[in-house]
Design a protein around this ligand. Sequence first.
Ligand code: NAP
Length: 495
Amino acid sequence: MNISSGQFDEDADMSDYATFSHGLYIDGHWRPSSDGRMIDVVDPSTEAVIAQVPDATLADAAAAVDAAAKAATGWRETPPRKRSEILRRCFELMSERAEILAALISLENGKALRDARGEIAYAAEFFRWNAEEAVRISGEFGMAPSGANRIVVDYQPIGICLLVTPWNFPAAMATRKIAPALAAGCTVVLKPASETPLTAYALAALYEEAGVPPGVINVLTTSAPGPLTSAMLADPRVRKLSFTGSTGVGRILLAEAAKHVISCSMELGGNAPFIVFDDADLEAALDGAMVAKMRNAGEACTAANRLYVQAGIHDAFAEGLRERMVALKVGPGTDPDTECGPMITRKAVDKIERLVADAVDRGARILCGGTSLEHRGYFYPPTVLRDVPMDAEVAHEEIFGPVAPISRFDDEASVIARANDTEYGLAAYVYTRDIARGFRVASKIESGMIALNRGLMSDPAAPFGGVKQSGLGREGGQKHGIAEFMEAKYIAVTI
Ligand code: NAP
């Protein structure tokens, strides 16, 4: 793909990405950063530098906001049907190019190709779903209780949006924001994670080809996310911040946005409990645990972080999980046979090592894995721990890796208390054949999403998001996701 001209060459191979100097994508043009500095992009499977992308300056950030402002009126006045058709075209192009986009994700993020394919399908779906939402934005009309006037409510685009996304789903976390923002009539500046910028730029070229006008989507990469986002949030034309990433950075950005009273949507960290009751279908629970724990090699905000298994099924579950985990093929994400790719950075591996060592120090037993793999690349083996005590750090921090810590529980009330003993509240999993108990437990667990007898809950048609320190607002779902990018305007009319 020739990114400088925005042309997508389907015959291109990965070496094109490795040698091409990508530009910032501002106002429909590819350009270097204003001071010419670059950021290295590293393949986590080999630790080799595979590409460089521009390191945007404050001047570049201002140019991106200028471009979004220049395009704003034209885009909000573009008929919803036309906006919808462009979004639909984005879906079609992403689907047609799924293989090369998935390979690119595997290359820069390290995730197994099968996970990257799943991500592209999920990411594209946000365009299809929001193409359908774009033409269904309706207002309200009613009589005031006093009878004196009518109440008219018009939903308008909120304005220029700053979108900040993480590395773990380089395509889907961006399209989950871009698609509803554009459907609502907003223009955007996307700042993707510096570890995985290539997917964001490849998609920018695709959006242009799909007919997204210049300035409606702008993409810039930076090694100084703090100063750049602060500068953009201080620009009074920016009216929305939509962030996906860690709770720590979310707190910083919320404080920054508060200075300017900017609307915020926050998709933050998780610490999902995975609860298996004695009456669960064991095989189904094991299959679900493998998806909930090992999708993306555990680098998912919804990843099962703590596995609570009732006493009667505990040993069979622990042994079944060990068997499945040792059978996984670990390797570079781009190898089609790989089932568990590397972590994103050396720092991520170091954190996992620390959490496992702490759990073992406190009495946990290693059933498999548990030691870093001694070769190039940021690999950590699939690991199962049992008898993990409640005070282990692993029960309170996001692992973000292929480690499954199992603890035994006896009764429903105690496992609900343990599940809720965390500052997070994003996702939870419950396995039981007693559907009444399933709903009862689901209603008592403090999290934005529950998967009942399933290992996966993400769906563009459902509201995704957390409670407590896991975030504010929802993405996807009927009305929820798009509502984050609109303001309700009330007009009082006497007729
Ligand atoms: P992160 O360190 O918080 O980074 C996320 C984004 O914020 C990146 O683009 C990063 O840029 C930027 N950033 C970092 N420091 C910043 C600052 N001071 N000011 C402004 N922006 C800043 O998170 P991550 O490690 O990429 O992603 C993993 C986290 O995301 C996990 O906690 C995971 O649970 C969470 N997550 C949540 C969801 C959800 O839907 N709830 C989905 C996916 C991931 P640089 O890359 O340049 O540092």
